[in-house]
Design a protein around this ligand. Sequence first.
Ligand SMILES: [Zn+2]
Length: 168
Amino acid sequence: MGAQLNEVQELETRVTNVFSVDVEDYFHVEAFSDIVPRERWDSYPLRVEDNTRRILDLLDDQEVEATFFVLGWVAEKRPALVREIADRGHEIACHSYWHRLIYKLTPQEFADDTRRAKDVIEQAAGRAVVVHAQHRVVVKRFNPWPPAGRHALPPGCRQCPGRCGRWT
Ligand SMILES: [Zn+2]
């Protein structure tokens, strides 16, 4: 009886730490969307490679595995970076293609963006992507969109229980 109680207490106090990284660049942030239109993203120097490699080195030092939510646009421009993240033992996940706010998209636009991102990320990583997180998902009661279930996501995607309020 005492041993069983200790096992239950141990389970109740065990903490799981989860580490995730959004693989995107400084000019992808929503706050800049009015002054840095998406059609000009190509004109900005990328910092995402060096910054991601710094994080990869830190994770290696600590022997920590993480989930990297990769922007499809980044995967298309720097596929070798995505492959390196995967080859260094981390999970590759989808962070949309254009980093748009989900409630500004129609269901069709969301599906198209997610499919495009998933395809390009999988090609770069050389493996299937099953987790998706949309940029800054905010579910508003008065807005019927975004969808409340996994059925609107492309086949192969699922909702991650570990990222409260975000699509996966
Ligand atoms: Zn993001």
